[in-house]
Design a protein around this ligand. Structure first.
Ligand code: FAD
Length: 471
């Protein structure tokens, strides 16, 4: 039997970026679903295309790991820059998150005047810029070299950030902005939910900065759907779609990978499954218990996909913040992404819209079928009503198609009930999973592993894993 150099379980951002950097090796990629890309895939339903989760490409700029990876992999993309990264709508007011700092400051001052807005947002921008220009950024465990490189990285962090590294988000907000209104706090927290899956309550100042600063970067719309990136990343790889890996067995220096269809052998295995689900792939008690130490993160997403036949000129991204919480969710906001009119594939029969909000996986499991369907309908109706309330130029009849997905849907298609990793806080920083495991030849990649979720976070994790594998 052929022995592959590397087997990658999953074609999410992590698995696909890693595969693209290792094209010259004998690698094999297994994907359970018929679409590539996991939470960032594009799928077809009722003759139309929809994004399954991720809709924004950030980090495709100089000095960013993502750009470096895409350039090395020769990825050819059709991108459109979103001049307004997000239009935030709250209590009938609009705050456009734009890249230009002075313009953004004018926008925020109009809605939330505060004599220290400049100080606060300048610091957020500065801390984020410093992070992406760090030279030794590294986090890994389980070998002397990994610990040493991590130590050097921490030393660099200390040198660059000094006392700011130990500040909490909460105290920084208070010391810079003072007591702020619930609405201003909601504005900050709603954006953190998108990027970090948590609020400012118990995160560090650095996480706050990384979470709030993304609209200060170039933000892109991907023509043809986010999924086209994965076709590009994997175009020269041996990809086995619709082939779920059921078991991984370690035998001395070789792994046997048992799928629904066949058995394969590889010298190294990289798991793009979540850190919470990977234990299911092993019978070996030592490996199982390594994965079981990571307690399940209950955060997940509720997805609503629409096709809307309208002449209304949408921006690419909106965040609608409400006064009340969305039913069966943990949020009072939802994120709306729309396809560009001129995107022939995504907008063929109308504008393709992806709406998402934050929920808990446990709200959707172990329910009677009727109760599950009822909950789904309640959330769907609530969001559509609020959507139509804001976009009042759109008639209900113009929504040609609508359907939704819960944690259960994510689990059915891509084997994950949770969405997003645990935000790195001051309390958990040393418990964060690393790409390297204590098991020789076995690695992790993806948004539940350092450095976290979204294109920039996963790309950074891929860069570190690439160094671990080949450095
Ligand atoms: C609603 C939502 C909106 C988001 N919006 C954005 C955004 O706009 N921009 C952004 O940058 N990020 C966004 N994110 C975050 C981003 O999508 C994720 O962080 C990222 O896609 C996760 O990538 P990953 O590498 O962890 O892989 P995943 O997406 O988890 O993919 C893992 C893949 O592995 C496969 N797999 C798992 N187990 C097996 C197995 N046993 N055998 C074979 N295959 C297997 C799965 O089918 C899946 O395809 C969003 C996330 C969500 C949920």
């Amino acid at each position: 039997m052929k022995v592959y150099d590397l087997a990658i379980v999953g074609s999410g951002m992590g698995g696909s970026m890693l595969a693209s950097l290792n094209k010259e090796k004998h690698i094999i990629v297994f994907e359970k679903d018929s679409n590539l890309g996991g939470c960032a895939s594009t799928f077809k339903r009722f003759g139309n295309y929809y994004n399954s989760g991720a809709t924004t490409l950030v980090g495709y700029e100089k000095n960013h790991p993502l750009k470096e990876i895409f350039d090395r992999a020769n990825v050819n993309l059709d991108l459109e820059k979103s001049e307004i990264a997000i239009r935030v709508v709250q209590n009938g007011k609009t705050i456009d998150r734009v890249k230009d700092f002075e313009e953004f400051l004018v926008n925020i001052e109009k809605v939330y005047p505060n004599k220290n807005n400049r100080v606060f947002w300048q610091k957020i921008k500065e801390l984020d810029e410093k992070f992406w220009s760090l030279k030794k950024l590294y986090y890994s465990k389980y070998s002397l070299k990994a610990y040493l490189k991590t130590f050097l990285s921490v030393c660099e962090l200390l040198k660059v950030y000094k006392f700011d590294l130990f500040k909490s988000a909460k105290s920084f907000i208070k010391e810079s902005l003072g007591e702020i209104s619930k609405e201003y706090q909601d504005f900050i927290d709603a954006q953190l939910l998108i990027t970090l899956q948590t609020t400012s309550k118990d995160i560090s100042l650095l996480s706050l900065a990384l979470g709030l600063a993304y609209p200060f970067h170039d933000v892109f719309y991907v023509k043809g759907g986010m999924g086209t990136i994965f076709d590009e990343l994997l175009n020269k790889s041996d990809v086995h779609k619709k082939e779920e890996v059921l078991e991984v067995i370690q035998e001395e220096d070789i792994f046997t990978i048992v799928t629904k269809k066949d058995k394969y052998k590889a010298k190294k295995v990289v798991l793009n499954s979540t850190i919470y689900d990977s234990n299911k792939l092993f019978k070996d008690e030592k490996i199982k218990s390594y994965y079981q130490q990571f307690s399940f993160n209950d955060q997940s997403a509720f997805l609503l996909n629409l096709t809307v036949k309208t002449s209304f000129a949408f921006l690419s991204h909106y965040q609608i913040i409400l006064k009340e919480n969305i039913p069966f969710s943990i949020s009072n906001s939802f994120f709306v992404s729309t396809s560009l009119k001129e995107d022939d594939k995504m907008s063929k029969n109308g504008i393709s819209i992806t709406i998402s909000t934050h929920t808990k996986a446990n709200l959707w499991f172990n329910l009677e079928k009727e109760e599950y369907k009822k909950r789904k309908k309640v959330v769907e109706t609530f969001i559509i009503d609020k959507f139509l309330e804001y976009f009042d130029k759109i008639d209900k009849e113009e929504i040609l198609i609508s359907f939704s997905g819960t944690s259960k849907t994510f689990n059915r298609y891509i084997n994950r009930a949770n969405c997003g990793g645990k935000a790195i806080t001051l309390k958990n920083i040393f418990k964060v999973p690393s790409c390297k495991t204590p098991i020789k030849g076995l690695y992790n990649v993806g948004d539940t592993i350092f450095a976290g979720q979204g294109w920039p976070g996963v790309a950074l994790g891929v860069k570190i894993l690439e160094e671990e594998l080949n450095g």
